[in-house]
Ligand binder design. Structure first.
Ligand code: NAD
Ligand code: IPM
Ligand code: MN
Length: 354
């Protein structure tokens, strides 16, 4: 019996509902796969902020350190500025635990409509590896003359050779392991960002020499956004800076059907620290409390967590169950054209993995 200790942060909005469904699925598969779960819930969220004036306690990161993984829903509340919620919880955890590879698959599955014409199931099967600890998200900057007419804000990007190299290398290894197109696309904007992204480009060119079996190309982010729509079939592994990876993965989500299907993992590939598993989507205030959020993104994210924990068979069974429900097409939430509820979809998937 393998035991896994998981820190659970449901967060805000639909995060709470979709995490409940994913935990239902993980509990349902436990017996069959000889897994014993210990889920420890941390109530860190905007509600916690209203009560305590902070998103998590000052030793929050230390409280998480000993866990095998962190399973997170989403954070973000209409009444709290996003830079407070995200800089108070999500981003410090990614940085403190050096979760430098954010891995986000986008696969067009049978039974799912893409808004693009002429794409068939599996025509789109790409994975974005997003640099996750530095770049445009480096917490470097400040305000001068705050609230005065001459106020100045400085927001610096930070690109390090080590930071670029390790995530680029991760992308190459992944392309080799996936055995699909065995192709890596690097995305920057080095025509305008003449320092950090030039360092990225130079690093990419150096690392690719070590992988002669893998074909490559480099695109500028504007053209890459167009090609995600125009010819997404061309992509296999895409490696991009923090901000560009963020933007591209919302495009990747919608061309493969919905934000409600987009899974994501924040990995420390060295396994020195716990990795964190949270879907690509946010707390979706526009549908929060309505019981109609699609829990599949969170459930597919739990499959990425199972992969990371070495529970391969359980991960496969979760993916198959989701694919089965999609293909059958009877129990789907409104984002996929159905009229089922969050719990209805969770129940259907849980029944299939049990
Ligand atoms: P969002 O991803 O929450 O929502 C974008 C759109 O996708 C909305 O129309 C929403 O209804 C839909 N959507 C998202 N997830 C869905 C699901 N599971 N099922 C069905 N539809 C779904 O992005 P946003 O509206 O830009 O952000 C809302 C809040 O979430 C903000 O505060 C933002 O900062 C935060 N956010 C948090 C995370 C995170 O915690 N990981 C990620 C992204 C955004
Ligand atoms: C994501 C989110 C976060 C990000 C926000 C909420 C800070 O959009 O995980 O995609 O940009 O990383
Ligand atoms: Mn995002």
């Amino acid at each position: 019996m393998a035991k896994h200790q998981i820190a659970v942060i449901k967060g805000d909005g639909i995060g709470v509902d979709v995490v409940d469904e994913a935990l239902k699925v993980l509990d349902a598969l436990a017996g069959k796969h000889g897994i014993e779960w210990e889920f420890v819930e941390f109530p860190w969220s905007s509600e916690y902020y209203f009560e305590h004036g902070e998103m998590m306690p000052s030793d929050g990161v230390e409280q998480l350190r000993s866990f095998d993984a962190i399973f997170l829903g989403a954070v973000g509340h209409p009444e709290v500025q996003d830079h407070i919620t995200l800089n108070g919880l999500l981003l410090p955890i990614r940085r403190a635990f050096d979760q430098y590879a954010c891995v986000r698959p986008s696969v067009l599955l049978p039974g799912v409509d893409s808004p693009l014409k002429d794409v068939k199931p599996y025509d789109i099967d790409l994975i974005v590896v997003r640099e996750n600890t530095e770049g445009e998200y480096a917490n470097v900057g400040g305000f001068q003359y705050r609230d005065f007419p001459d106020e100045v804000a400085v927001q610096s990007s930070v690109f390090t050779r080590k930071g670029c190299e390790r995530v680029i290398r991760y992308a190459f290894e992944l392309a080799r392991e996936r055995k699909k197109k065995v192709h890596v696309t690097s995305i920057t904007k080095s025509n305008a960002q003449g320092y950090g992204m030039v360092l990225w480009d130079r690093t990419f060119d150096a690392v690719k020499e070590e992988y002669p079996d893998i074909s490559t190309d480099s695109l500028l982010i504007d053209a890459a956004c167009m090609d995600f729509i125009r010819r997404p079939q061309n992509f296999d592994v895409v490696v991009a800076s923090n901000l560009f990876g963020d933007i591209l993965t919302d495009i990747g989500a919608i061309i493969t059907g919905s934000m409600g299907l987009a899974s994501s993992a924040n990995l420390d590939p060295t396994r020195t620290n716990p990795s964190m598993f949270e879907p690509t989507h946010g707390s979706a205030p526009d549908i929060a409390g309505m019981g109609i959020a699609n829990p599949m993104a969170q459930i597919l994210t739990s499959a990425l967590m199972l992969d990371h924990l070495g529970e391969d068979a359980a991960a496969d069974s979760v993916r198959s169950a989701v694919e089965n429900v999609l293909e059958t097409g009877e129990i789907l939430t409104p984002d996929l054209g159905g009229s089922s509820t969050t719990t209805g979809v969770g129940d259907a998937i849980a029944a299939l993995v049990a």
